[in-house]
Structure formats: structure tokens, C-alpha cells
Write a protein that binds this ligand. Sequence first.
Ligand SMILES: NC(=O)c1ccc[n+]([C@@H]2O[C@H](COP(=O)([O-])OP(=O)(O)OC[C@H]3O[C@@H](n4cnc5c(N)ncnc54)[C@H](OP(=O)(O)O)[C@@H]3O)[C@@H](O)[C@H]2O)c1
Length: 266
Amino acid sequence: MDTKTCKIAFLGMGNMGSAIAGALRQKAGFDSTRIYAYAPHYEKLEKRSKEIGFIPCRSPQQALENADVVIMACKPYQIEKLLGQIKDDLRGKALLSIALGWDLKKYQTILDPSVRIQFVMPNTPAQVGEGVMLFESDNTLEEQERKEIMNWFSKMGLVVDLPTHLMGIGGALTGCGPAFVDLMIEAYADAAVSYGIPREQAYRLTSQMILGAAKLQLETGKAPGELKDAVCSPGGSTIKGVMALEKNGYRAACIAAIQAAMDKSK
Ligand SMILES: NC(=O)c1ccc[n+]([C@@H]2O[C@H](COP(=O)([O-])OP(=O)(O)OC[C@H]3O[C@@H](n4cnc5c(N)ncnc54)[C@H](OP(=O)(O)O)[C@@H]3O)[C@@H](O)[C@H]2O)c1
């Protein structure tokens, strides 16, 4: 496969498919003639094709016809039936799948060995270039094409190669985590509103504060506890706030959220 000229077919073009297609168009040098997509509701797909720039197709076969790389971006429960229709059309192609639970082993029980497979778990911040893209380390892509594909995905955020047995917890943390942080943004903003800050401004202040704290940790590499200690002056307001959070089970609640997400995905 020549990754500089290859064509991509999306099977499913919802929230995540659109985020990936948008990034490929805007940041990875794909023009609209190199991206095909199929989804059952053609009018919706056509509307989206005008916004993002890709060729809408009326059948999965039409999307696959000219494609070298296929991105499986429909819901996990829709895949088995779809594979029944397109199994033969996938022969010899690279298949990237972003569907929760559909890892290499699961595809290998269904597909021909000539299909080169990679399971990827992205998350919604990929839409703004700040996602986390987990690549299952077990895969059957060619080494060079995997490097190039990882490079495409790096335009959407951090790309991490993760052992198969850690994809579940990695996905629970980075895939469900944005919703947990959204609750946090809402809660801090509610508090700010209760003291008189207008709501829109409260969201902006809170989100920028969280973004800044995360960036400081990423760029300094310091442990969060060290960064926390640095802003807790003795007898000051921050340590009082930290104690209030501890009293109300803040960290225990975060850990329980991840455990609940893991229990559900079993
Ligand atoms: N959203 C996330 O945060 C996230 C994170 C990581 C991974 N994922 C994975 O990404 C995948 C897509 O999630 P999403 O949030 O983008 O879902 P979504 O917005 O509901 O989009 C699903 C897409 O699949 C299409 N579709 C339905 N049946 C199909 C079929 N038989 N063949 C081909 N396409 C079909 C839908 O088309 P119509 O609209 O025409 O019905 C739609 O375009 C899921 O497997 C999910 O596990 C999502």
C-alpha cells in the first residue's frame, strides 16, 4: 500500500467517523477524492459529505471498491452483520476498527488472513486535536503502513501503542473519562455561578483552568501530588478546599467511576 496515494473507506460516519475524516482532510493531506464513506441513511451522509469533504456511497461495496484502507466506524453491535455482507470485499485490505470490544482476535475469527487488522480506541477530544488514540499492540498491519497510519492519527492527538490486555482499562480511562471531566466542569462552573459569575464565563474559566492544570502536568512531568502541594500554602484556602474534596470522597468517586466502566465492559 502506498500511504501517500491510498484511498480510505469509512463504514459509518457518525461522531467519531466524522472527527477522523475531518482530521484526515484538514491535517493529514487527504483531498476529498481519497475518502469514501457508507452509512445507511444516505441523505444524512450526503449532507455530512458536503461539510467534511468525502465521496458518499450508497452501499458498503461501493465504498470498499477503490479503497486500500477501511475504517470500521459503526456501532459494535452492527459489525457482525455488516461483515457478513462485505467479508470477501475486505480481502487484501488494511482494516482499522474503532469499535469498542472488536480487537484483533475477534476479527481474526471471522475474516480472511489476507485482511491486515488494527484495533484503535480514539476518544471525542480527537475532534479538536487533543484526543488519545490507543493502538492495540497486537495487529497484522505491515510495519511501514502502521507507522504512516499512526502518523495520520497523531494529527488528532496523542498516539499510544498499548498491549492488548490493557486496551480495556485504557479505553475506559480515555474513552469514558471525558464525560467524567465534563461533570467536573459543570460542577465547578455551578459553584462559580452561585457566587455571581455568568454561566458562559464560568464554563470558560473552568475549562481553561482544567486544560492549564493538565498541560502543566504533561509539560513538567511532575507528579500531580507535587503540583498540588505547590499551590497549598499552610493554612490557605487551597488546602481547605482539598480537605473538603477528601471529606466528600472526591478521589474515591473518580476511582469508582473507572471501576464501574470496567465492570460494564466485561
Ligand atoms: N464516541 C466515542 O467517544 C467513541 C470513542 C471510541 C470509540 N468509539 C467507537 O466508534 C464507533 C462509532 O461511534 P459513534 O459515536 O461515532 O457512533 P454514531 O455517531 O452513532 O455513528 C454510527 C455510524 O454508523 C452508521 N451505521 C449504522 N449502521 C451501519 C451499517 N450497517 N453499516 C455501516 N454504517 C452503519 C450510522 O449511520 P446512520 O446515521 O446512517 O444510521 C452512523 O454514521 C463505535 O463503534 C464506538 O464504539 C466511539
